[in-house]
Design a binder for this molecule. Structure first.
Ligand SMILES: NC(=O)c1ccc[n+]([C@@H]2O[C@H](COP(=O)([O-])OP(=O)(O)OC[C@H]3O[C@@H](n4cnc5c(N)ncnc54)[C@H](OP(=O)(O)O)[C@@H]3O)[C@@H](O)[C@H]2O)c1
Length: 259
């Protein structure tokens, strides 16, 4: 299917690896110019070269911490009038809620709530004026179903979801949409590092922990960044203009709800 977004410009935050990278690849395949981002220059440049080689797209690499004002300025300097914004960032480290300091709490809110909101504020009026805009936020399945130790992540992302639910309705008239994708367990560096930590705690191999985690998922596997990216590209497509304010859970059936 032609997604109808060739020639559009997309900013994909936190996209040198993992889910963000999957989104950047899918949007580049759809013919978009993509602005990709990460803090580590070497891995960002390697990803930029690979996406250029595999898709022929124009790829602009912006080394920056997206949580900072300077990082957000750099992203918008690279693409002052984006048609598509994919909000993504690192997630807070797992920690018992009793041990979360005020600083860690505020950092999580900046990372997973304030940063995406600030970027939406900065791009949305241009999108409204141009009568096209697609904003996709990568949140987490933990918005729907609590995960012990990820309370800061769940809370900040739920706050983001609620904040933007109203905004989505205010701007829908201009063919500008805001949707969230909620990943369950996806095979990325972040998942590998949590599996490695769990294996060390339980004194078993990484493969054993991965097998146990996969067995709990109805699909019996982890998701891939590629399939995540393709879902994001559809929500960013010309065909998705009537889908807004929605939460797309992609978790291999893990969430046990009929609706
Ligand atoms: N994978 C899963 O199963 C899963 C499930 C639920 C939710 N999530 C959430 O989805 C998001 C993406 O996860 P992932 O698994 O794709 O992670 P990942 O594989 O660790 O990749 C994270 C990417 O974000 C970049 N990044 C991190 N902090 C950044 C910052 N401050 N500024 C700019 N770039 C930054 C990293 O590059 P640098 O380190 O070089 O900056 C890297 O490119 C996270 O918020 C995570 O909590 C993931």
């Amino acid at each position: 299917m032609d997604l109808g977004i060739a020639g559009r410009t997309a900013i994909i935050c936190a996209s040198s690896k993992g889910l963000g990278r999957g989104c950047a690849e899918a949007l580049a395949e759809a013919g978009c110019t993509v602005v990709i981002n990460g803090r580590d220059a070497a891995s960002l440049e390697a990803t930029a070269s690979q996406i250029r080689a595999s898709t022929g797209a124009t790829v602009i690499a912006v080394v920056a911490d997206v949580s900072t004002q300077a990082g957000q300025d750099a992203l918008l300097a690279a693409a002052p009038e984006p048609d598509i914004l994919v909000n993504n960032n690192g997630g807070p480290p797992p920690k018992s809620f009793r041990e979360v300091s005020r600083e860690a709490l505020l950092e999580g809110v900046v990372q997973n709530m304030a940063t995406p909101i600030q970027l939406v504020q900065r791009v949305v009026d241009g999108m409204i004026a141009r009568r096209f805009g697609r904003i996709v936020n990568i949140t987490s399945a933990s918005v729907l179903t609590p995960l012990t130790g990820l309370d800061v992540s769940s809370g900040a992302r739920a706050g983001l979801t609620a904040f933007l639910a109203g905004v989505a309705r205010e701007i829908a008239h201009a063919n500008v949409t805001i949707n969230n994708i909620l990943p369950g367990a996806f095979d990325t560096d972040r998942l590998k590092s949590s599996t490695t930590k769990m294996a060390a705690i339980k004194g078993v191999t990484i493969e054993e922990i991965a097998k146990i985690r996969m067995a709990e998922i109805p699909a019996k596997r982890f998701g891939t960044a590629d399939e995540f990216g393709k879902a994001c590209a559809f929500l960013a497509s010309a065909h998705a203009g009537y889908i807004t304010g929605q939460n797309l859970l992609i978790d291999g059936g893990s969430f046990r709800g009929s609706f």
